[in-house]
Design a protein around this ligand. Structure first.
Ligand code: 6PG
Length: 240
């Protein structure tokens, strides 16, 4: 694993750097493998990045968009990560609809939706049972509690190592989420986190030792590159 930690004076410069890295990796993936697979983070921080992506002239036919997690709501619900990314980016560019691979939230049981999306990934990546794909880019945020994707502290989802997709649990609310091993198979994982509220968790995530089930972002140790892009209030003086 190659780890990179960059701290920026403000969120705008953080987003600009994130855009630069994402664009470089999208173009490299398409040049090397004919396509780029990118999984998006939800929450608020990445929204301006998605708005910037909407201004780019990219080979959209070669870009496949997934989500690292999803709230269990319809895409038109204000909490939907899919809805946010479509409004901020995907509805504004000529990306083929079949290149957009949202997590299904229209199935009665969340575990059935997780199994359905896992099958979709297995089909897309032509996986053998038990095989994990290597996404080119997985974007992640981090909650003030140290969760990432929908891998929340002290939840069962943290212990799922034999699946691609599982059901997360936020205060009793079901979510769909990439599992830790799926994220860790990525070629590049890029965290973007801003705000003083993240500081406490980051201190524990960057500490030489801490309980990873309390701070789940510690579990993200990808085989490829690990990027932490932070603003000053979140990441000042962090020891990488
Ligand atoms: C979600 C996200 C979640 C998010 C963090 C940080 O569905 O909410 O995937 O993991 O990235 O909660 O959210 P902010 O960027 O809004 O601080």
């Amino acid at each position: 694993m190659d780890k990179f930690v960059e701290v920026f004076p403000d969120q705008a410069t953080l987003i600009q750097r994130a855009l630069e890295i994402v664009l470089e990796k999208v173009k490299a993936a398409i040049a090397e493998r004919g396509q780029c697979t990118i999984a998006l983070a939800g929450g608020n921080t990445p929204k301006p990045l998605y708005e910037q992506m909407a201004t780019q002239d990219l080979p959209w036919r070669g870009i496949h968009v997934f989500w690292g997690d999803e709230r269990y709501v319809p895409p038109d619900h204000p909490d939907s990560n899919q809805g946010m990314a479509r409004r901020a980016w995907l509805d504004r560019v000529p990306i083929p609809p079949i290149n957009i691979h949202p997590m299904p939230t229209d199935v009665a049981e969340p575990i059935e939706a997780a199994n359905k999306h896992e099958a979709e990934l297995q089909e897309f990546f032509q996986l053998q049972p038990g095989e994990f794909p290597a996404f080119d880019i997985i974007l992640l945020g981090m909650g003030d509690d140290g969760h990432t994707a929908s891998l929340f502290p002290h939840t069962e989802a943290l212990q799922v190592h034999d699946r691609l997709i599982t059901v997360g649990n936020k205060d009793g609310q079901p979510r769909l989420t990439f599992t830790v091993p799926l994220i860790n198979h990525a070629r590049a994982v890029i965290f973007i986190a801003a705000g003083a509220g993240k500081r406490h968790a980051l201190d524990h995530i960057f500490a030489p030792s801490a309980d990873a089930t309390t701070y789940p972002a510690r579990l993200i140790q990808p085989e490829g590159e690990l990027w932490w892009l932070l603003d000053q209030t979140a990441g000042q003086d962090l020891k990488s």
